[in-house]
Design a protein around this ligand. Structure first.
Ligand code: GDP
Length: 529
């Protein structure tokens, strides 16, 4: 492949994820995005929780029963002259760790806001994570077919609460029953909304020019007058789109529409694919690695079990940072210092798993993992690289886990360590006794763990409550102080699944006292893989 072709392949890729508060419409918009990407023929196939399509990404009955997406999947589709990778993130709060890590693997995000509600909790929290890397954000104000709040007010809220300028690209004409469409500020064109067209790509009716009397005929004199007033106001008062500010995460282009009514999603996709960055460079311990480098590199951000119930395998999701993957190529598993030939990586064309012949920087590939791959692992073509920035978060809930059959202790430990390597849960082994403490960010993780221990490791485990408030990873540059601390705080110390020393605090007061008492020791809330 000529060098220019190689660069073209990389430059046409756009890899993004959707962040939103539950119920804002992420699932619905994903489905519509896939519809426009021609990845599905009619909408409804992804949404149907029991449908075959959805079952593909389910790995547990539990997930289907509860209707929550525990898994992260990847969907690739072409749009205009771009190739889009959409990384799905579990919406349920209990799996926020997976979501956070997935955000390290994308170059931009779509923020979906329920325009009747405005900025909600979970969006706020996820935005904090995207801020760590100044990820560019495109905004979609959803549910315009309902009575929404004043759009100006919602944009204000985004600006003040999320600290990001808003540049409206489209502007709504009415809302709720009176929703008539949007005015596209860049194209100077009204695009009319038609109801009852939610499942297919609709023929678009447009009217050129804000002063065009056809607008009055189409939406009524009153709405047309309001639109002209508002557009004048918006053009004067709000920010204009600025590519540089967008790319540095300081400004977000804003689109209005209804995902359910399949209106406005295409405008958003056009903006996103045009403006969102092509695959970006990533920091490694020693240097920045550019996507255009010819040598292959990548990092694992997620491990998922049982994608296909017939093969009880685990898939390690790898973001390709640079170069190109080719079927059969050799790559180095840097942590193990081992070269492996990979002939069966999977790609994710529209939810289907198919053997990938090749994949480029920006793409996600799945490696079959038999327990040797961990979250955060770097792969290269020989170079001793270590990508940074894939976080572990201090869990907020703890339980002691105990076996029904005490003879299977070894099996239990093995299962827990593997599950912690996958990021499904965190495990802590206190230095002073043989307890096994399981830590999670969300309560549902506990159930997933016992269910998986049973099916995958054939051990039946139960939980007991334990008074632990929080955990912190500890370390110090000062070995003398650290040794002293280890002796004195022995009763509170534990090893996590990767043998990292942690401080287990029974109460927050205890933690505060400890941090005051040992100023030379660092108590970290996150740990990088
Ligand atoms: P998620 O939790 O963010 O994935 O949200 P869903 O896509 O599952 O949507 C939550 C609910 O809002 C569902 O009942 C959707 O049908 C509904 N919904 C999504 N988009 C719209 C919209 O544009 N208008 C209206 N009226 N409802 C919507």
């Amino acid at each position: 492949m000529a060098n220019q072709d190689f660069l073209n392949e990389i430059n046409k890729r756009r890899t993004f994820a959707i962040i939103s508060h539950p119920d804002a419409g992420k699932t619905t918009i994903t489905e519509k995005v896939l519809l426009f990407g021609r990845a599905i023929q009619t909408a409804g196939t992804v949404k149907g929780r029991g449908s075959a399509q959805h079952a593909k990404s389910d790995w547990m009955e539990m997930e289907k029963e509860r209707g929550i997406s525990v898994t992260t999947s990847v969907m690739q589709f072409p749009f205009n002259d771009r190739l889009v990778n959409l990384l799905d993130t579990p919406g349920h709060e209990d799996f926020s760790e997976d979501t956070y890590r997935t955000l390290t693997a994308v170059d931009s995000c779509l923020m979906v806001i329920d325009a009747a509600k405005g900025v909600e909790d979970r969006t706020r929290k996820l935005m904090e994570v995207t801020r760590l890397r100044d990820t560019p954000i495109v905004t979609f104000m959803n549910k315009l077919d309902r009575d929404i709040r004043d759009p100006m007010e919602v944009m204000d809220e985004v600006e003040t609460e999320l600290n990001m300028l808003c540049a409206p690209i489209t502007w709504p004409i009415g809302c709720g029953k009176e929703f008539k469409g949007v005015y596209h500020l860049h194209r100077d064109e009204v695009i009319l909304y038609q109801t009852g067209q939610g499942h297919t790509i609709q023929d678009v009716k447009t009217i050129k020019g804000i002063d065009n009397p056809e607008i009055d005929a189409a939406v009524g004199d009153e709405l047309a007058a309001t639109l002209r007033d508002e557009v004048e106001l918006v053009q004067g008062a709000s920010s204009e789109f600025d590519l540089e500010l967008f790319l540095s995460g300081e400004l977000t282009p804003v689109y209005f529409g209804t995902a359910l009514g399949n209106f406005g999603v295409d405008h958003m996709l056009e903006g996103l694919t045009e403006w969102a960055p092509a695959p970006m460079s990533r920091a490694s311990k020693d240097r920045e690695v550019a996507a255009s480098e010819e040598k292959f590199t990548g990092f694992v951000f997620k491990i998922q079990a049982n994608m296909d119930p017939k093969h009880r395998d685990r898939i390690a999701f790898m973001r390709i940072v640079s170069g190109k993957y080719q079927k059969g190529m050799k790559m180095r598993h840097v942590r193990l210092g081992k070269d492996i030939a990979v002939s069966d990586a999977v790609t994710f064309m529209a939810g289907d798993r198919s053997a990938a012949e090749e994949a480029f920087a920006g793409d996600i590939i799945g490696l079959h993992n038999h327990g040797t791959i961990q979250i955060g692992d770097t792969f290269s073509q020989g170079e001793e690289l270590k990508f940074t920035g894939i976080p572990n978060f201090a869990p907020e809930m703890f339980r002691r886990i105990r076996l029904k059959d005490p003879l299977k202790q070894k099996q239990l430990l093995k299962g827990l360590v593997q599950l912690s390597e996958e990021g499904a849960v965190q495990v802590f082994r206190p230095l002073r006794n043989n307890d096994l403490i399981v830590g999670a960010v969300g309560v549902l993780q506990f159930e997933v763990v016992t269910a998986r221990l049973k099916t995958e490791y054939k051990v039946e485990a139960i939980y007991e409550s334990i008074s632990v408030a929080t955990a912190r990873w500890v370390g110090s540059e000062n070995t003398t102080k650290m040794n002293e601390f280890e002796k004195k705080a022995y009763d509170n110390l534990a090893l996590d699944g990767g043998d990292n020393l942690t401080y287990i605090a029974p109460t927050m007061v205890n933690l505060n006292l400890a941090t005051e008492r040992y100023p030379d020791v660092e108590f970290r809330k996150t740990r990088e893989h």
